[in-house]
Write a protein that binds this ligand. Structure first.
Ligand SMILES: NC(=O)c1ccc[n+]([C@@H]2O[C@H](COP(=O)([O-])OP(=O)(O)OC[C@H]3O[C@@H](n4cnc5c(N)ncnc54)[C@H](OP(=O)(O)O)[C@@H]3O)[C@@H](O)[C@H]2O)c1
Length: 272
């Protein structure tokens, strides 16, 4: 299986690393020339290509880019492909988009609109890059974590198979219109993975990653948050101490996540 990853940043690299470890053929791309990714791709065991080339070569594509870059994806090359959308909408970073601010559309529905001939599945958006590395487990492991995915049923089944190869179960989060239920500010976003063994080293004000000077940050609700971003101000490190007697709540909490498919949409939580 060839997996294309468009976006060679934190999430793209983490998914690429897991995918290579799982024996997948991985093609990595960013917004620039492949030579800008050559070192990273080589260190991960992947190859670098232009985004359109990567898309054409792939069975499944992971778009690990900001919402603000959706319109620049190579729609023609992505036609007919399943595109896994890792993005979380942060107006401070992405600019305000009225349909997303009002909750009329989820960001994955917006991506689907940009890619009418592709099938978008929301995935990898509710976990940090660090935890993609630390929480992967073999199938059947008692402490395996589940990641929420949302979209069309057939495409979700394919993405669930991909997650399984990468070390995760899938939790059905319904259709794209319901994908907001595992976005920033919801209980399903990042928090289920902060249990034993999954602690993140630092939360810097973007999802849980580095902050870039000059850019406002996003941030996990209550874990640094948008206010901490932009100037590189770091929230306190988060760590968990393993208790030998306490059962790990993380994996079971993630697997029990209800995936409330079929219910009417509720107003989205207010954004900061
Ligand atoms: N970091 C987290 O903890 C986390 C967790 C869950 C979800 N997410 C979401 O996942 C997405 C990616 O996050 P990240 O932290 O990996 O971001 P990041 O480290 O800033 O990386 C973004 C990547 O996207 C690439 N990119 C931007 N525009 C592009 C375009 N038009 N075509 C191809 N590639 C393009 C960038 O390439 P260049 O270097 O060439 O600009 C860069 O490699 C975001 O929407 C974020 O909200 C992040």
């Amino acid at each position: 299986m060839t997996l294309a990853i468009i976006g060679g940043g934190m999430i793209g690299s983490a998914v690429a690393w897991r995918a290579v470890a799982a024996g997948l053929d991985v093609v990595l791309s960013n917004s620039r020339e492949p030579s800008t990714l050559a070192g990273l791709a080589a260190s991960l065991g992947a190859r670098a290509a232009f985004a359109a080339e990567a898309a054409l070569a792939a069975d499944v594509v992971v778009a690990a880019i900001p919402v603000s870059a959706f319109g620049k994806l190579p729609a023609r090359a992505l036609a007919g492909k399943i595109v896994v959308d890792t993005a979380n909408y942060y107006p401070e970073r992405d600019g305000h988009l009225a349909e997303l601010d009002s909750g009329a559309l989820t960001s994955s529905e917006l991506l689907q609109r940009h890619l009418p001939s592709s099938t978008v599945v929301k995935g990898f958006n509710a976990i940090t890059p660090h935890q993609i590395g630390t929480l992967a487990r073999p199938a059947g492991a008692a402490d395996r974590s589940a990641l929420p995915i949302a979209g069309e049923a057939g495409a979700k089944a394919e993405v669930a198979r991909l997650l399984d190869r990468l070390g995760f179960d899938a939790a059905d989060a319904g259709v794209l219109a319901e994908s907001w239920r595992a976005e920033p500010g919801t209980p399903a976003y990042i928090l289920p993975y902060l249990g034993e063994g999954g602690g993140v080293p630092r939360l810097d004000g973007r999802d849980a990653g580095r902050a870039r000077p000059g850019r406002a940050g996003g941030g996990a609700a209550g874990l640094g948050g948008p206010a901490a971003g932009g100037g590189g101000a770091a929230a306190p490190a988060v760590s968990r101490v393993r208790s030998p007697r306490a059962p790990a709540p993380r994996a079971s909490a993630a697997r029990r996540w209800p995936g409330p498919a079929g219910r009417a949409r509720r107003p989205r939580p207010p954004r900061p």
